[in-house]
Design a protein around this ligand. Structure first.
Ligand SMILES: Cc1cc2nc3c(=O)[nH]c(=O)nc-3n(C[C@H](O)[C@H](O)[C@H](O)COP(=O)(O)O)c2cc1C
Length: 178
């Protein structure tokens, strides 16, 4: 059986003080055929990422996972800048569609609890609605958006709850390599 490659793009400006993503990304990086790239540590030129280098990595991957803590209902800024720089017209769309058929997934964590992410809840929307821009990005570039993986209330979980969430995520990401 041919294994599939997964590229995880981690956007987190405070990884040193992270309780969740520091640990989770380390675990993901140990899975065979999964590469984790912490985009905040990549070199930039005048704040821009090197599109050609990044595109070559997307070209090789079957699934791209965007991993980030939810910050004001978006990713942290580095992922937005990364996507602005990397998903260029001559490669991601127009007549090229280099990503056609690849899978795109979001892996995110929230401070808010799941029940607050609803039309009547504190956040006013379900999380899957908050993630609409990623679904549109997948659609526009002819990628297949696969359902997000979420750890809700991530900084309020006990150690054992977090451990079981990590195991769930590792298992799901491992499945993507098969
Ligand atoms: C600047 C900032 C904005 C945040 N915005 C949100 C938000 O919009 N919704 C939410 O549920 N949690 C929000 N949080 C909580 C983070 O999502 C949470 O702390 C993070 O997922 C925990 O992961 P970490 O330990 O790896 O940093 C925010 C936290 C920060 C620092």
């Amino acid at each position: 059986m041919v294994s599939k490659k997964v590229l995880v793009l981690l956007s987190h400006p405070y990884l040193e003080s992270s309780n969740v993503h520091r640990n989770l990304s380390q675990r993901l990086s140990k899975i065979e055929n999964v590469a984790v790239r912490h985009i905040d540590q990549l070199p930039t030129k005048n704040t821009h990422f090197d599109a050609k280098t990044e595109q070559a990595l997307w070209d090789e991957a079957d699934t791209i996972i965007l991993e980030f803590p939810m910050y004001w209902y978006h990713s942290p800024a580095s992922l937005k800048q990364y996507l602005d720089d990397v998903l260029t017209e001559d490669w991601a769309f127009q007549n090229a569609y280099a990503l056609e058929g690849k899978q795109l997934m979001v892996l995110t964590t929230t401070g808010g609890v799941e029940s607050e992410y609803s039309a009547n809840g504190e956040h006013g929307f379900e999380l899957s609605s908050v993630l609409t821009p990623y679904k549109s990005t997948a659609s526009f570039t002819k990628m297949k958006y696969i359902p997000e993986l979420v750890i809700y209330a991530a900084n309020f979980l006990t150690e054992s709850e977090l451990e079981s969430e990590f195991n769930r995520i590792v298992q799901s990401v491992t499945e993507l390599t098969k």
